[in-house]
Design a protein around this ligand. Structure first.
Ligand code: C2O
Ligand code: CU
Length: 476
């Protein structure tokens, strides 16, 4: 690794000098600043192949199987993958498209796919057993749904999820908004995650460290961006980029730090915000997504290293050393970024006046074996919460434990509340971090998709230990 970087650094300046000459001769580039050639080759995700010629249908094959990958020179890791890739292929659709996924399971265990954040029917939500039976090894299932909302989503298993996600099963799904204003920047989809491997590259067992590690929430020792260790992204100084980031790690929070730069946050879990907001070091909890724009700056030939920066989710995580995530390599003649187009989105606040209050307390119900719960009951013993189609509920999730918990509700977006109404600027979310000794309130309106739905902590070790509940949505 070291050696390779060193030799690269020696070659790059001369290439850059040549390149700078080529670009500065081209006047058109000044009006429409483009990124350097091959700018995202170092981390671009493979897209799934759409087998259906109908422009309104995205039909793809997804195949879960073990595959040999390498995260360090000379090491081989037999990871769990979709289509042999980690992350799985990028599935891309437009609002209103029908998405058909022919899924086959060649893992040694049963599995399902949960479409995180998508407002689709309960039968397609991938939760065994209310949505579907778990798909056995050698089995398959056709997921078939319409995507109603534009945003950054992802998919992952919902069987033995701490193990299966930790071993590498996750992938991005982007739903594009045809009415989005142009000029948001050149897009990069980034799935950030980690993986736990030994010195010989083998996967650490999902139960390594026992109950204590489950209580902490296992973090992998290798931090990945699109499955890669410290990849390089090229950028032209001044040319805006748009980074759609998905945190697919099973426990690790990502605070993103880009020295000398700040971001404009334009969207999150449920599409664009009501207005962009400036943020220096965005924090992305497991399950959450961020839609960020950034204008990379610096002398051509220089580099900026984007880092994972420590964040206090509890247990001394604020003391962990920073980790390099990826390198932004500046190339080409600097340009001035045109201003960001107007991005206000009209979002109607849910009326919480007559909303049904629901109180959720995150609990520890037993130390050994570790049992976590909701309102003092682990998932195995829990009765479903109830709601009726059309009802608005006001959930308050309280956390008096010594770590933060990213709370996720399947199938429905919610609006996080501040004392005077929705947070401003506000947004639709499906996952929200409940801070240490804190609480979060959100309003949720249940549209006409009756059935059984789940909610849980997205630290997947916690979900598996029982911090999960179900919600029965009944027809009116
Ligand atoms: Cu990504 Cu049940 O969650
Ligand atoms: Cu948790």
């Amino acid at each position: 690794m070291r050696f390779w970087n060193g030799s690269l650094a020696a070659i790059v300046p001369s290439v850059l000098a040549l390149f700078a000459l080529t670009v500065s001769g081209c006047g058109d580039d000044v009006q429409r600043p483009s990124q350097p050639p091959g700018w995202d080759d170092g981390m671009r995700l493979a897209e799934s192949y759409d087998v259906n010629p109908d422009p309104n249908i995205v039909e793809v094959n997804l195949h879960a199987a073990l595959a040999n990958l390498s995260f360090a020179p000379g090491q081989t890791t037999t990871a769990w993958t979709y289509n042999g890739q980690l992350p799985g292929p990028l599935i891309r659709a437009r609002v209103g498209n029908r998405v058909i996924v022919h899924f086959t399971n060649d893992l040694p265990e049963p599995t399902t796919i949960h479409w995180h954040g998508l407002r689709i029917p309960a039968a397609m939500d991938g939760m065994p057993s209310p949505s579907q039976p778990a798909i056995p090894p050698g089995g398959g299932f056709d997921y078939d749904f319409v995507v109603p909302d534009a945003s950054t989503f992802w998919y992952h298993p919902h069987v033995d999820s701490a193990a299966q996600v930790g071993y590498g099963l996750y992938g991005p799904l982007i739903v594009d908004d045809p009415d989005e204003p142009p000029g948001l920047g050149d897009e990069v989809v980034m799935v950030v995650s980690d993986i736990a491997i030994g010195d010989d590259g083998t996967l650490a067992p999902a139960n390594a460290g026992g109950d204590l590690a489950s209580y902490f929430g296992r973090e992998g020792n290798v931090t990945l961006v699109n499955g890669l260790v410290r990849p390089t992204l090229k950028a032209r100084p001044g040319a805006r980029q748009r980074w759609r980031i998905i945190n697919a790690a099973k426990s690790r929070y990502f605070r993103i730090s880009m020295p000398g730069h700040s971001f404009q946050r334009i969207g999150g879990d449920g599409g664009r915000l009501s207005a962009p907001i400036d943020v220096d070091t965005p924090v992305i909890a497991p399950g959450e997504r961020e839609d960020l724009v950034v204008v990379p700056q610096g002398a051509p030939g220089s580099q900026v290293v984007v880092q994972w920066a420590p964040y206090d989710r509890g247990f001394g995580t604020n003391l962990e050393p920073s980790v390099d995530l990826f390198v932004v390599q500046l190339e080409g003649s600097p340009v001035a970024a045109p201003p960001l187009p107007a991005l206000n989105r009209t979002l109607t606040p849910l009326s919480v006046a007559g909303a049904t209050p629901v109180s959720i307390q995150l609990t520890v119900d037993g130390a050994s074996p570790l049992a976590l719960g909701i309102n003092g009951v682990t998932y195995a013993d829990a009765q479903p919460f109830m709601a009726t189609v059309g009802e608005t509920q006001l959930w308050t999730v309280s956390n008096n434990l010594d770590s933060a918990h990213p709370f996720h509700m399947h199938g429905f977006f919610f609006q996080v509340q501040s004392p005077g109404g929705p947070l401003d600027p506000w947004e639709w979310k499906d996952t929200v971090s409940v801070p240490i000794n804190g609480s979060v309130s959100f309003a949720v309106k249940f549209d006409d998709r009756p059935g059984m739905w789940m909610f849980h902590c997205h630290i997947l070790d916690h979900a598996e230990a029982g911090m999960m509940g179900s919600l029965m949505l009944m027809e009116r």
